[in-house]
Design a protein around this ligand. Structure first.
Ligand code: PRP
Length: 209
């Protein structure tokens, strides 16, 4: 089993190209994040455990199955919000645990400003949602929070990651499962992913100014 999965699907590459294009307006950008999150969700849920469930079709009784684990979606605000809806469509029973973080512009380190984890313990599987994985600092903070909370199976879903960010996550958590649409080669001196797509949060929420 590949621990880091880079989707190599023609439709992913097609929609990612539109997402990267600086002429793509916020309305379409949001749509593209949503579309790409469906692909990520499909890959990241391919081995979800199920339990048997007996039903009656209009013709016969049969044994089907249902998801058997408590699942949490963990969007990192703001940009991660753009990935929630497709995941929630596929897993309607999932809980959504919001984590607010922004990157300090000087240090590029994540600053936590909101943490909405439920009382009553952790989930079996947590999907960390953030379209961008640059230095990896924000995702690492989210993983630390989830580990403290209690979440034995953490999976990271990101639209674009940088190679240095992936290397850092793999070094800190060798068994971590990561699902991305693309891994870009580098970060620039402002710690932006290159070629990347700019600032996903600003492009989703139309706050570029
Ligand atoms: C961006 C992005 C990630 C983070 C990635 O968020 O959405 O959360 O930076 O960088 P890292 O891997 O180096 O931590 P940003 O700080 O721009 O906040 P926003 O989502 O509110 O725009």
């Amino acid at each position: 089993m590949e621990l880091t999965v880079e989707l190599n699907h023609p439709l992913v590459r097609h929609h990612l190209t539109i997402l990267r294009d600086q002429s793509t307006p916020p309305s379409l950008f949001r749509h593209q994040v949503n579309r790409l999150a469906w692909f990520l969700a499909s890959a990241a849920t391919a081995d979800l455990p199920v339990e048997p469930r007996k039903i009656n079709t209009p013709l016969v009784e049969m044994m089907g199955c249902q998801i058997s684990k408590r699942i949490a979606l963990v969007p990192i605000l703001r940009a991660g919000l753009g990935m929630v809806e497709p995941l929630l469509s596929l897993i309607p029973e999932a809980e959504v645990w919001h984590l607010g973080m922004y990157r300090d512009e000087e240090t590029a380190r994540p600053v936590e400003y909101y943490c909405k984890l439920p009382t009553g313990g952790g989930a079996d599987i947590g999907f960390v949602l953030d379209p961008m994985l640059a230095t990896g600092g924000s995702v690492l903070s989210a993983i630390e929070i989830l580990n403290r909370w209690g979440c034995p199976d953490i999976r990271v879903l990101s639209v674009i990651a940088s190679r240095p960010g992936i290397d850092r996550l793999q070094a800190e958590y060798p068994k971590l499962r990561i699902f991305v649409c693309a891994i870009d080669a580098e970060l620039n001196d402002r710690k932006f992913i290159v070629p990347g797509l700019g600032d996903a949060g600003d492009r989703i929420f139309n706050t570029l100014g």
